[in-house]
Design a protein around this ligand. Structure first.
Ligand SMILES: [Zn+2]
Length: 315
C-alpha cells in the first residue's frame, strides 16, 4: 500500500512523498496516531548525521491495521501500540512484532511515544537508586521528567530536580520531586549540600544534552563511586571533567537503546511502565503539528525557547 511519508531531502528541508509500505515477515502495519520529535534527529535535520534522502521519525504510536506472516498472535489488528520503529512521520509504518509495546486500550494517555520511554526504562534500570539515596535529575525536559516520573519514590531520601527554567521545576514537583534547584539563581552544589546535610547526590541523571549540564551533574555527585546516568543526546563532542569523575570514582552509564542487550525484553519491561500508568505523557506534549507541517515542526524544534517541552507530528 501507499503512505505519505516525510523525507528529509537535504539539510533543513522536508518533503512529503508517497512511499510503499510492504508488510514483511514478522512485521505489523500501524496506522500512525502520532510520532514524537527527538533531539537526536536534530543531528539529521542539521546535516550532522546521515545522508539525505532520509525518512525520519522513530517515536511512532498508533493502531495496528494488519499483521504480517510469521507473527505470533501477540499483536492483533485494532491493538493500540508503540515500539521501536522508524519512518514514522507518515500515515502508516511497519515494525517488527517483537519490538511492539502493547498499550492497554483504557490507558488515560493519548500520546505514547515508545522509543523515548524505552530509553527512560534504560535510565531507570541504570540508575537503580537504593533506599535512602538522594537522586537528582539534571535537566527537566521530557527525558528528565519521564525519568523523574519513573524514579520518584518514597524510599528515596530526596528527589532533586535541577533546571534553569522555574516552570519546568514546577512540573518536576508535580511529578514527585521533593526539592528543586535552579543553578541560574543559586550555587547548585551549595543547595544540594543543604538538602543532603553535606552528602551530595548518590545518583544523578543527566538530561540536559549540554556541556554545562554535564558539569553541574558531576559536581552534584558525592564521592566514593556514585552513579551518573546520561540520557540526553548531545549535538557533538563535549569537554568532560575527567579529573572530577576520577576523583569521585563515578560510574558513568548511558541510557541509549544500544545499552539494552535484549531489546525484546526491554520492550516488555517498558510496556509494564506504560500500562501501569507511570508515564504522564500527554501533559509533556507542548507542540503538535500535522504531518504536512513537519518542516515547521522541525524549525520550531530547532529554535525552541521557553515553553517548548515535546513536539509531536500527528497524522
Ligand atoms: Zn528518540
Amino acid at each position: 500500500m501507499k503512505t505519505r511519508q516525510a523525507v528529509l531531502v537535504k539539510p533543513r528541508r522536508f518533503e512529503i512523498q508517497q512511499a510503499d509500505v510492504a508488510l514483511g515477515e514478522g512485521q505489523i502495519l500501524v496506522e500512525t496516531a502520532g510520532c514524537g520529535l527527538c533531539t537526536y534527529e536534530l543531528n539529521h535535520w542539521a546535516g550532522r548525521l546521515g545522508t539525505p534522502p532520509m525518512a525520519l521519525g522513530h517515536e511512532g504510536y498508533g493502531v495496528v491495521v494488519e499483521v504480517g506472516p510469521g507473527t505470533t498472535g501477540r499483536v492483533k489488528a485494532g491493538d493500540r501500540v508503540t515500539g521501536l520503529c522508524g519512518k514514522c512521520f507518515s500515515d502508516y509504518f511497519t515494525m517488527p512484532e517483537r519490538h511492539v509495546m502493547l498499550i492497554r486500550p483504557d490507558l488515560d494517555q493519548q500520546h505514547v511515544p515508545g522509543e523515548p520511554l524505552y530509553c527512560v526504562h534504560n535510565v531507570v534500570r541504570a540508575a537503580h537508586p537504593e533506599i535512602g539515596d538522594c537522586l537528582a535529575i539534571v535537566g527537566c525536559g521530557p527525558m528528565g521528567l519521564w525519568s523523574l516520573q519513573a524514579l520518584a519514590s518514597p524510599t528515596l531520601a530526596a528527589v532533586v530536580a535541577v533546571d534553569v527554567d522555574d516552570e519546568k521545576l514546577d512540573l518536576a514537583k508535580l511529578y514527585g520531586a521533593t526539592h528543586s534547584i535552579n543553578p541560574g539563581k543559586c550555587d547548585a552544589v551549595e543547595a544540594m549540600k543543604e538538602i543532603t546535610a553535606g552528602r551530595l547526590a548518590d545518583v544523578v541523571v543527566e538530561a540536559t544534552g549540554a556541556a554545562a549540564g554535564m558539569e553541574t551533574a558531576i559536581h552534584l555527585l558525592r564521592p566514593r563511586r556514585p552513579r551518573l546516568v546520561v540520557c540526553s543526546s548531545f549535538e557533538g563532542p563535549i569537554q568532560l571533567n575527567v579529573p572530577a569523575l576520577l576523583a569521585k570514582a563515578v560510574d558513568v552509564l548511558h541510557a541509549h537503546p544500544g545499552i539494552c542487550m535484549d531489546r525484546e525484553d526491554g520492550c516488555r519491561r517498558t510496556e509494564t511502565l506504560i500500562n501501569h500508568g507511570v508515564f504522564r505523557t500527554d501533559r509533556l506534549i507542548s507542540h503538535r503539528f500535522p504531518l504536512e507541517d513537519v518542516q515547521k515542526a522541525f524549525e520550531t524544534f530547532e529554535n525552541r525557547g521557553k515553553g517548548y517541552l515535546k513536539g509531536i507530528v500527528t497524522r
